[in-house]
Design a protein around this ligand. Structure first.
Ligand code: HEM
Length: 230
């Protein structure tokens, strides 16, 4: 029974994630867009969008350290477990709160601003709600569980299980014994991965980040005939 949520479901979600992207690229390349609603409403977007994007990028940076990097590697470079805990609480709390505030603003905007609601589809609402669930439950782990229940060493269970998925030897008992909030966050994230290719989240892979480092255009113009030297 443990195998269903912690082995079958993760692989099904990852399969849909990869296969869905291939399908979308082949058959809906013109629809591969962020479906920006900037023209429909700007005031709330200017607040919610940067809060969400900066917050989620910071939080996912923390996931690289806390989930992909084994605890023994951080210990080896001198970050002991209590220092790691303080770091994850402070940085995760800060970026997570930004992401949560951002996605709350963006979801309310999508539901309450008529032009935005009418301009979007069901998938746009679903993706906002899924992000709200993932980020909200994530904060339930980082601040809620740690501060109200007690420190939980997820780097010995959740993180190990997640890395094992990629070596094709996941141990389901690592997750089935984790507190419910850690289980809920992982299941919500896997659901988000399965929805990803069928929503505007695909824009993440083609965000025009090159613009930030691009050299300015140099424009060459012929001088008008009247001003050219005789
Ligand atoms: C299966 C994939 C994922 C796993 C196993 C996972 C696991 C975790 C864990 C263990 C925490 C608690 C961190 C701590 O207390 O230090 C956490 C927090 C969090 N997660 Fe995830 N996560 C996943 C995917 C995601 C995704 C896709 C997002 C965003 C779209 C996300 C957003 C957050 C946020 C905002 C927090 C709270 C702030 C923080 O501590 O970083 N997570 N996640």
């Amino acid at each position: 029974m443990k195998a269903l949520p912690w082995i079958a479901f993760p692989y099904a979600a990852l399969l849909v994630f990869v296969g869905g992207h291939v399908w979308r690229w082949r058959f809906d390349r013109l629809g591969w867009t962020s479906r920006s609603s900037q023209l429909l409403e700007q005031r709330w977007l200017r607040i919610g969008s940067p809060l969400f994007h900066v917050g989620v990028l910071g939080a996912l940076g923390g996931h690289v350290l806390g989930i992909l990097v084994p605890a023994r590697a951080t210990r080896a470079v001198g970050i002991d477990d209590s220092a790691y805990h303080v770091l994850s609480l402070a940085a995760g709390g800060f970026f997570g709160a930004m992401a949560l505030a951002g996605i709350v603003v963006l979801t309310l905007r999508r539901l309450l601003v008529r032009r935005v609601r009418r301009g979007g589809g069901v998938a746009d609402v679903v993706v906002d709600l899924a992000l709200l669930a993932v980020v909200g439950i994530g904060m339930g782990e980082t601040l809620g569980w740690n501060l109200l229940v007690g420190e939980y060493g997820y780097r010995e269970t959740v993180s190990v299980w997640f890395r094992q998925l990629f070596t094709l030897h996941p141990d389901a008992s690592l997750m089935s014994g984790a507190p419910w909030v850690y289980q809920a966050h992982a299941l919500a994230s896997l659901t988000l991965f399965a929805l990803w290719p069928f929503t505007r989240l695909v824009h993440v892979w083609t965000a025009p980040v090159g613009y930030l480092a691009r050299r300015a255009h140099i424009l060459y113009r012929e001088p008008p005939a009247s001003t050219s030297p005789s």
